[in-house]
Design a binder for this molecule. Structure first.
Ligand SMILES: [Zn+2]
Ligand SMILES: [Zn+2]
Length: 101
């Protein structure tokens, strides 16, 4: 047994890997669950200013919840959900930074 065989093991965790779940293409149901869970965990923004870059509607005009993603950009709940479901990635529509749970 080579001595460096255990080097990779610290990267393996038993935690639910959201990134992995989101990028599984042939399991739409678990993908939808992962996206729904991810968006639900995003902080809501009560009085968001500006507009949603997915639908271009200003937040003040909409009663839909605004969600702040990990890069601090803000989108409507449904807009970012649809973006994550329809796109083949989990990156921010604006800055393309990876959205993490
Ligand atoms: Zn929107
Ligand atoms: Zn962003």
């Amino acid at each position: 047994m080579p001595e460096n065989a255990s080097v990779m093991i610290p990267y393996l965790t038993h935690q639910f890997d959201l990134d992995e779940a989101i990028t599984i293409p042939d399991n739409p149901q678990s993908r939808q669950q992962a996206v729904t869970g991810l968006v639900s965990n995003m902080p809501t923004v009560d009085h968001a200013s500006g507009s949603c870059s997915v639908c271009m509607e200003s937040f003040s005009k909409s009663e839909e919840a605004a969600r702040q993603v990990s890069c601090s950009h803000v989108y409507h709940h449904n807009c970012i959900t649809g973006w994550l479901l329809n796109g083949n990635n989990n990156s921010c529509p604006l800055c393309r930074r990876e959205i993490s749970g």
